[in-house]
Write a protein that binds this ligand. Structure first.
Ligand code: 13P
Length: 255
């Protein structure tokens, strides 16, 4: 099988960083640096930055994503944002089930699944995050856990809807720590995710799904990580807040 059948996607996840004016400034700095990308370039930004980000990226190759979406279409859910709201603002992607949301905001495999379905039914592309903690890795549960999280997230997602799903393998121990998984660990983790998709949808379908790696990916290690067969892009935290570093990762993915 040829890795080229899959779309390579480099997505920034800004987390809780940047005000709208700062978002505009950073995007204006990034645009010329990533304009020749031979991969998809996405910036997932805080809700309040979306309007400024959409405006700043007009006419460019940068797509905008959100960092979460609620699983109901509308109703009495104070403080939440629906897929329709995001779609109407011009958002194309949404991050779902990030480990920070699982850790700090009570996200479960079930709510990750419901949000994924809501995003897909609302016409958004879902970037679904899975990943093991250090303790789970040391206990030898990595494969079991990644497969379980992947299958749970994709419950009731049709093969046709799967075309709009990206899975991001983000080992929790590698997020924001400066400790990156080795290229082989990233390839192995992404491979477990792909194997779970194969078990649920068949091998041919699994070969077409973009599986990103995330966790301290940076301008220095991106080349090696992205060269691996199962690594089809990256979900980038810290390095997506620096135009130059992010553009180096985009260039590494464009080779
Ligand atoms: P860092 O790149 O800062 O480790 O964050 C990764 C991440 O959580 C992206 O979603």
């Amino acid at each position: 099988m040829n890795k080229q059948v899959r779309k390579t996607v480099i997505a920034g996840n800004w987390k809780m960083n940047k005000t709208p004016s700062e978002a505009t400034a950073l995007i204006n700095e990034m645009k010329p640096l990533v304009k020749d990308a031979d991969c998809d370039v996405v910036l997932c930004v805080p809700f309040v930055d979306i309007a400024a980000a959409i405006e700043a990226t007009k006419g460019s190759n940068i797509k905008i994503g959100a960092e979460n979406v609620h699983f109901k279409a509308s109703g009495a859910y104070t403080g939440e944002i629906s897929a329709d709201m995001l779609k109407e603002c011009g958002v194309e992607y949404v991050v779902i089930g990030h480990s920070e949301r699982r850790q700090y905001f009570g996200e479960t495999d079930q709510t990750v699944n419901l949000r994924t379905l809501a995003a897909l039914n609302g016409g958004l592309k879902a970037i679904v995050c899975v990943g093991e903690t250090l303790e789970q890795r040391e206990l030898g549960y990595t494969e079991t856990l990644l497969k379980y999280q992947t299958k749970m997230a994709l419950t009731n997602v049709t093969a046709d809807q799967l075309k709009n799903v990206i899975i991001a393998y983000e080992p929790v121990w590698a997020i924001g720590t400066g400790v990156t998984a080795t290229a082989d660990q990233a390839d192995e983790g992404n491979g477990f995710v792909r194997a779970a998709i194969a078990e649920a949808y068949g091998k041919d379908v699994a070969e077409t799904v973009t599986v990103q790696y995330g966790g301290s990916m940076n301008a220095k290690n991106a080349d090696e990580l992205l060269s691996k067969y199962n690594v089809d892009g990256g979900l980038i935290g810290g390095a997506s807040l620096k135009a130059e570093d992010f553009s180096i990762i985009v260039k590494a993915a464009s080779k």
